[in-house]
Design a protein around this ligand. Structure first.
Ligand code: BES
Ligand code: ZN
Length: 873
């Protein structure tokens, strides 16, 4: 390796030496040689400072200042940028011409082609791969963009803002001129040119302005954009009614492309999407896909205020826009669908992705202190934990107080590049509260552990609750301070009703909400009946790990009676986790009948919504159990979980069969939450029944019939998901049929790749290996890589094969991918960093693979950062 990449530190932030008032861009699009002319109105802020512009993978053609062409001696160019040492200290005009190769751009950052469509991705640092520019979010400018391209190949020419002008040129070319009246950082710039079909619609804002809405997709796919368009209109209305935020331009465009590093991008008035988050119809998209589309369309739309109108001062503030916007999209989904079910699903994701990150070598605060490659910090911590931190503010202030804080935040910072501190200050000032201790959530990494002990004094009728908290050490942060958090609790009486609790306002600002601030606190509730069970962290009010001992009976009681739906689900998860851990430790140990009984009750409870029942009967994942073990026993966990499922289905077989047929409803597919909930429950029941299918041909037939007769992808994919784990002719027939049916549909084939990669069968790695050569796979396409390789690394049973074959396969693929797309390679490397969680044999093998990756010459900053931190920490 050449010189080791160095870290950028938050404490080194300095305001920019130059402002760029306006940016005029001219693109002459050619697949392999696009010319980019940039004309910047530069206003120096620091007399005498050299003008430093970022630039990467660019061919520089010319530099002109105030009409005078610079000689090569007047500037310096290296692989990171362009420096002009001597510039006037008065406003100047800088013109730069560069040449780039969109077709050859496999990084999918900057200007590239996706299936022949020109598109851009500039967040976080892609603009520097288009032209030399101060590529930082606190340099905000007004853009005017001219696009010239071949008319036949690119009838559609788009950029941000309003279309000013379009027309013909010679040689079959044409042009369009776009102007965005809102100043923006360069990461929000976008350009799209290609041959696309469009779904056009309209939205009338609450003040009566008409907004033209357009979704651009490949020809033939317009019918699949109906749901996304509906989600967009609902998002626009919701932001008006719940957040008082109205759209600010007369048009809003979305473009769906098939090659995209992430999910979607919020470029001002020109959102660019991974087509996976736009395209849906009943035959090709599952209920989960529909829900994902709704959430991502909303998320990117919501960034118009939280991200675009108010952007980030520097990339350390990323959670300012992402955490807040995730909170907003979660609230949107909660208002559109079932709030408790959404909360359960978000907590599952948090525990599956963020908790492990916070407990591993890559742990960082939601506002990181340093980075080597910023692309590596679009993490579950910045996003999901960031959203939890916003949610705690919301819980403490209440909806009205939170909205007051939002209004002050927007009033103070509209049009600015702001910081997380400024957001918290707006919340505190608007509500005259002190959030200084709370702000530790922004600087400390690690998931706090909260231990709770309750004691009832039958004599006095007092209940005493002792709560302690520890924030564990994380890399670079050995010592931690206690954090403030709202902690929801409830005591249940013998009938399962909530016992009324009184305490001082500082301790319990709202009924049932404790204000935790100290390492150890004792709360006393006077004159209460003896509680049957205690409900903790209701609503998952704080993103922490709760440690409390309650007898199995109390947990089963909570499963049946807790008035907080989240806590009811949680009681089942924690009870199951205890039983499974005990079973892994001692495979002869029986499971508590009280738990099995409680699952049966949940299944029978017709007052519960189906989607909730589906969540409540689903056991914690293998990974969740693994995270609770000092040394992970992959096979033991798999066996224990299957054994518990088998016991449950053996006891309730009839009920599962009834649940299955009762929720198999005829009639046209509808993606609404209630219908999706019925399918979720029906497929959860089928999943339990599949535990018996190895032995029973009749059940294999049932699953295969659902597969082949399904009139929607949710049921078809759910059945195939079960079949891939059951060796036999049904499995092979279904996989072959699925490929035949959807051979022309890249998005559906992603599911086909993924389902084979997550199979629990012993030959899975061999299958995955041979799929690398299948035409449905391509190392150049992130969706394919994630579906096959990413999914395999999440298949604990096979990825962690004791011989290390899974690890070696993973590292080989990452070394192949790294030069093609370092961003995606870095994001997929993390599973190797979990080595500390495994036995000595696996540890050595995982570390050896990381070392092999790290030894590659000319490693990208992205992969270097993940591999080196994974080894060191
Ligand atoms: N701003 C991001 C997209 C992005 C992230 C682009 C990193 C480039 C680098 C966008 O708003 C986003 O957060 N997208 C998420 C989906 C969202 C629903 C959480 C994504 O792409 O995963
Ligand atoms: Zn976002």
């Amino acid at each position: 390796m050449t010189a080791q990449p160095t870290a950028i530190h938050r404490r080194d932030y300095r305001a920019p030496d130059f402002r760029i008032e306006t940016v005029e861009l001219e693109f002459d699009l050619q697949p392999e040689a696009t010319r980019v002319k940039s004309k910047l109105a530069v206003v120096p802020q620091t007399p005498g400072a050299p003008l430093k512009l970022d630039g990467e993978d660019l061919e520089l053609l010319s530099v002109v200042i105030d009409g005078r062409k610079l000689a090569p001696a007047d500037y310096k160019v290296d692989e990171h940028g362009l420096t002009i040492p001597a510039v006037p200290s008065v406003p100047l005009t800088l013109e730069i011409e560069t040449k780039v190769n969109p077709k050859g751009n496999t990084h999918l950052s900057g200007l590239y082609q996706s299936s022949g469509v020109y598109c851009t991705q500039c967040e976080a640092q892609g603009f520097r791969r288009i032209t030399y520019f101060p590529d930082r979010p606190d340099v905000m400018s007004i853009y005017r963009v001219t696009i010239r391209a071949d008319r036949k190949a690119n009838p559609v020419l788009l950029s941000n803002g309003n279309l000013l002008e379009e027309g013909s040129l010679s040689d079959g070319r044409h042009y369009a001129v776009w102007h965005d009246p809102f100043p923006k950082p360069c990461y929000l710039f976008a350009l799209v040119a290609g041959d696309l079909a469009v779904n056009e619609d309209e939205f009338v804002t609450r003040s009566g302005r008409k907004v033209a809405l357009r979704i651009f997709v490949e020809h033939g796919k317009v019918p699949r954009t109906v749901y996304a368009m509906d989600a967009l209109k609902r998002s626009m209305r919701w932001d008006e009614t719940r957040f008082d935020l109205e759209y600010d331009l007369d048009l809003f465009n979305i473009v769906a492309v098939s090659d995209f590093n992430m999910g979607a991008m919020e470029n001002k008035s020109l959102n660019v999407f991974n087509d996976k988050y736009i395209l849906a119809d009943p035959d090709t998209a599952t209920d989960a896909d529909y829900a994902g589309i709704e959430a991502v369309v909303a998320h990117e739309y919501f960034h118009n205020w939280t991200g675009n109108r108010i952007t980030c001062r520097d990339w350390f503030q990323l959670s300012l826009k992402e955490g807040l916007t995730v909170f907003r999209d979660q609230e949107f989904t909660s208002d559109m669908r079932s709030r408790p079910v959404k909360r359960i699903q978000d907590v599952r994701v948090l525990r599956a992705r963020q908790f492990p990150e916070d407990a591993g070598p890559l742990a960082h605060p939601i506002r990181p202190d340093s980075y080597i490659a910023i692309d590596n910090f679009y993490t579950p911590t910045v996003y999901e934990k960031g959203s939890e931190v916003i949610r705690m503010i919301h819980t403490m202030l209440g909806e009205a107080g939170f909205q007051k804080g939002m209004r002050l935040y927007v009033e103070r910072h509209d049009g600015e590049a702001a910081t997380c501190d400024q957001f918290v200050a707006a919340m505190a000032d608007a509500n005259t509260v002190d959030l200084s201790q709370f702000q530790r959530w922004y600087s400390q990494a690690g998931t706090p552990e909260v231990t709770v002990e309750g004691r009832y004094d039958a004599q006095s009728g007092d209940y005493e609750l002792t709560v302690t908290q520890i924030v564990p050490p994380t890399p670079g942060q050995p010592d931690k301070q206690p954090v403030q958090m709202p902690f929801g609790i409830g005591l249940l009486d013998a009938q399962g009703r909530d016992i009324a609790l009184k305490a001082e306002a500082a301790e319990m600002p709202r009924p049932g909400l404790l204000n935790l601030t100290a390492p150890k606190q004792t709360f006393r509730f006077k004159g209460v009946p003896e509680p049957k069970a205690i409900s903790l962290n209701r609503g998952f009010s704080a993103p922490v790990i709760v440690k409390a001992k309650q007898p199995g009976e109390a947990q089963a009681f909570l499963m049946a009676h807790d008035s907080d739906a989240f806590a009811r689900w949680e009681a089942g998860q924690q009870y199951a986790t205890e039983l499974l851990l005990a079973r892994v430790a001692d495979p002869s140990r029986p499971f508590d009948p009280a738990f099995i009984e409680a699952i049966g009750q949940t299944l029978r409870d017709d007052k519960l919504e189906q989607a909730f029942i589906a969540e409540a009967i689903t056991l914690p994942s293998e990974d969740y159990i693994a995270d609770r073990m000092a040394v992970v026993d992959v096979d033991g966990i798999h066996a224990a979980r299957r054994a518990l499922r088998l016991e449950i289905v053996s006891k309730y077989r009839k009920q599962f069969e009834e649940t299955y047929s009762r929720n198999t409803t005829p009639g046209a597919y509808s993606p609404d939450a209630a219908s999706a909930g019925r399918r979720a429950l029906k497929n959860a029941a089928l999943s339990y029944l599949s535990e018996l299918a190895d032995e029973e041909a009749g059940l294999r037939r049932l699953i295969f019939d659902q597969y082949s007769k399904a009139d929607n992808m949710t049921d078809r994919a759910a059945a195939l998901r079960l079949l891939v784990d059951i060796a036999g002719e049904e499995r092979e027939a279904a996989l072959a049929d699925f490929y035949q049916r959807f051979a022309d549909d890249a998005l559906v084939l992603d599911k086909w790749l993924m389902l084979q990669a997550i199979s629990s069968l012993p030959d899975t790695l061999d299958k995955v290996r041979s799929l690398l050569k299948h035409p449905a796979f391509s190392m150049q396409k992130p969706n394919k890589v994630r579906s096959l390789i990413g999914a395999f690394t999440a298949n604990a049973l096979r990825y962690h094969a004791a011989d290390g074959s899974g690890y070696a396969f993973h590292a080989d693929r990452m070394l192949e991918l790294e030069p093609i797309n370092p961003q995606v390679a870095a994001r997929l490397l993390a599973p190797l960093g979990r080595w500390r969680r495994f036995d000595a044999g696996r540890q050595e093998k995982m570390k050896a693979e990381l070392r092999r990756v790290l030894a590659k010459p000319n490693l990208s900053r992205d992969v270097y950062e993940i591999a080196s931190k994974s080894l060191e920490n």
